[in-house]
Design a protein around this ligand. Structure first.
Ligand code: HAM
Length: 419
């Protein structure tokens, strides 16, 4: 280990990826605001119990993937593996439920899961997360899914598939769970992978989304959730589909879509891409009506989603950075003094530019100006500083003019010489 080595699964982010992240955040802010969302920033560190109680003790996230450690008083703390739990805690703790009918909260930032790193899977990754709290209506589910697809269109993403399912509710899911368990117990015990042989007793629904070929084959013959949900859940799901249909959103019903976190009920959904390798899900979410109550808050229904920003970045065109307007080459001490003040004036007027810090030769400074990609090189030599002038060279055409220093700003902004 060396002090200049980063931790496995933790990435540094330079342009163009960091530019892509800024674009996603700004686009998200703009689109989500149109639906009434406001930004909530929650801490990265929470008490471990929050995640155990919300995500579920039997999930892979809680069992294997959390970064958990005791603080100096021995209390267990965890780096958040997802945003929903913290948002629910903040919602309950702030008393927002008593003040607002429906709360729409958007968050983004780093999450931490100790998974095996690969393309599109990191140990520190970033999510854009939206939660709509306070409505049990299927209109809330459909509006949220439409907003997610709107966000993806605004980012000019294509080739994405929306998969949806219903997990039923506290009334009908236990019946399905029993039917599924009976089916799994009727199989040859060797038919399931090691994880699923265990999960079958703790969380049998998770067997449905196991990626192992043997389990996938077994699941083909398993009972299906949609065949056993109660009339209320069926009506809810049918309205969600009708609303998506009316908007012309294509979707596929995926009876294996149970999601890896325990708080979901009724609608679940994922958006997948076939262009980013094995980790195909760019966003996932669903309804979680009992969650806030289970954490000790009010009985408030909710629905939400999170997008994986690293995976979306793989799909975004690299944004081309805006070129610098000027590179100022200042010679000798007086050139440096005048150039420093002038460059500052130009930037405060909205222009983008750099100036040389080193006292290199004129030739090497001109080379640096060329490399900077700036539109114009501004040259302040001894003759110019004595007269209050500046040489302005168009680095593309090579055309050169001498202007008064007080007119260069106007020239850079408009391309015309001020008389
Ligand atoms: P999730 O499906 O666990 O859901 O994660 C959402 C998205 O985060 C995934 O679709 C994926 O794009 C990204 N993601 C997850 N793990 C990683 C990783 N290790 N590396 C890179 N990207 C990753 C949730 O987290 C729920 N809290 C979503 C939600 C919000 N449900 C309701 N509200």
């Amino acid at each position: 280990m060396s002090t200049t080595q980063r931790i496995k699964g933790f990435a540094d982010m330079f342009p163009p990826e960091s530019d892509a992240f800024t674009r996603m955040e700004n686009t998200g802010r703009e689109i989500f605001a149109r639906y009434g969302f406001v930004e909530l920033r929650t801490p990265i560190l929470e008490f471990t119990e929050l995640f155990q109680r919300s995500i579920g003790e039997e999930t892979d996230v809680v069992q294997k993937e959390m970064y958990t450690f005791p603080d100096s008083r021995g209390r267990l703390m965890t780096l958040r593996p997802e945003a929903t739990a913290g948002v629910m805690r903040a919602y309950a703790e702030s008393g927002l439920a008593g003040r607002e009918g429906v709360s729409r909260l958007f968050s983004c930032g780093p999450m931490f899961r100790h998974e095996r790193p690969q393309k599109g899977r990191l140990r520190q990754f970033h999510q854009i997360n939206c939660e709509c709290l306070g409505s049990a209506s299927p209109f809330a589910d459909a509006e949220l899914i439409s907003m997610l697809l709107h966000f993806f269109r605004a980012l000019r993403l294509s080739g994405l598939t929306l998969n949806i399912n219903s997990l039923g509710c506290a009334v009908c899911r236990p019946h399905f769970r029993e039917a599924l368990l009976r089916y799994l117990q009727s199989l040859d015990p060797a038919a399931l992978c090691e994880d699923c042989s265990r999960r079958m007793h703790t969380n049998p629904l998770r067997v449905l989304d196991c990626k192992q070929a043997s389990c996938r084959a077994v699941v083909e013959g398993a009972p299906r959730l949609l065949d056993s949900i109660c009339p209320d859940c069926a009506e809810h799901f049918s309205t969600v589909q009708k609303l998506l249909d009316r908007q012309g959103h294509a979707f596929a019903l995926d009876h294996r879509l149970v999601r890896g976190l325990d708080y979901y009920c009724r609608t679940t959904f994922e958006v997948v891409s076939s262009q980013i390798g094995a980790q195909t899900a760019v966003a996932g979410g669903g309804r979680y009506d009992g969650l806030v109550k289970s954490l000790g808050g009010p009985d408030v229904p909710g629905v939400g989603f999170a997008c994986g920003m690293e995976r979306l970045a793989l799909l975004l065109d690299a944004p081309s950075p805006a070129p610098l307007d000027f590179y100022l080459v200042a010679l000798e001490e007086e050139g440096g003094l005048q150039g420093h003040a002038l460059a500052q004036t130009l930037r405060e007027a909205g222009l983008r530019g750099e100036m040389n810090f080193s006292r290199a030769s004129w030739k090497s400074l001109m080379r640096q100006a060329g490399k900077s990609g700036a539109r114009y090189c501004l040259i302040l030599g001894p003759d110019e500083t004595a007269r209050g002038d500046i040489v302005v060279k168009n680095l593309e055409s090579g055309e050169q003019n001498t202007l008064g220093q007080d007119t260069v700003c106007h020239f850079l902004q408009t391309g015309t010489i001020h008389d």
